[in-house]
Ligand binder design. Structure first.
Ligand code: S3P
Length: 172
């Protein structure tokens, strides 16, 4: 199994910020699936959603997952919805150690709303967002490792990820 570390979790979980710092700590390259999609398509994500709709974006995610098969030993941050389709978690688990950055929904949403445009949150009321989160949890829960981020700083989360990876690798 290639030794990538793949971060999954809901919007606002800190996948990008923690992934970047984790990569630096581990001396690895950092890759974001959202950046791969934007680089290939040429449009910002909100524009892809606006012009072509969610399904078109999900097809671009499928291509990104296929391209991830070429990576080894990278730290990879995935978009919040990427793992939540048939077969996606299996594909991620096949290329490395998948880590779920689990958080408290209120905190996740506050962070997600601070950090730029999130087309999946636009026009959804709190009950709909809650339902989206609940529907996604079973996918995230298929990660090899879970790290709780509630009330934690980026630095603390990265510490926890490194500790969880060490412990997991000591077991095998
Ligand atoms: C999405 C999350 C976003 C981005 C896109 C769709 C989602 O990434 O991929 O807007 O469906 O949850 P982040 O999780 O980095 O916000």
């Amino acid at each position: 199994m290639p030794g990538n570390v793949i971060l999954v979790g809901f919007m606002g979980a800190g996948k990008s910020a923690c992934g970047r710092l984790l990569a630096r700590r581990l001396g690895r390259c950092f890759v974001e699936t959202d950046d791969m999609i934007v680089g290939r398509d040429g449009r910002p994500i909100p524009e892809i959603f606006r012009q072509d709709g969610e399904e078109a974006f999900r097809r671009l995610e499928t291509e990104a997952v296929e391209a991830l098969g070429l990576k080894s030993d990278d730290v990879i941050a995935t978009g919040g919805g990427l793992p939540c389709r048939e077969g996606r978690m299996e594909a991620l688990r096949a290329i490395g150690t998948v880590v779920w950055l689990r958080g408290d929904l209120v905190e996740l949403l506050a962070r997600a709303r601070r950090g730029g445009q999130r087309p999946m949150l636009d026009g959804r009321n709190p009950a709909e967002i809650d339902a989206l989160y609940r529907a996604r949890e079973p996918y995230y829960a298929q990660a090899h490792l879970t790290v709780d981020t509630a009330g934690q700083t980026i630095d603390q989360v990265v510490h926890r990820i490194v500790a969880a990876l060490r412990e997991a690798h000591a077991r095998v």
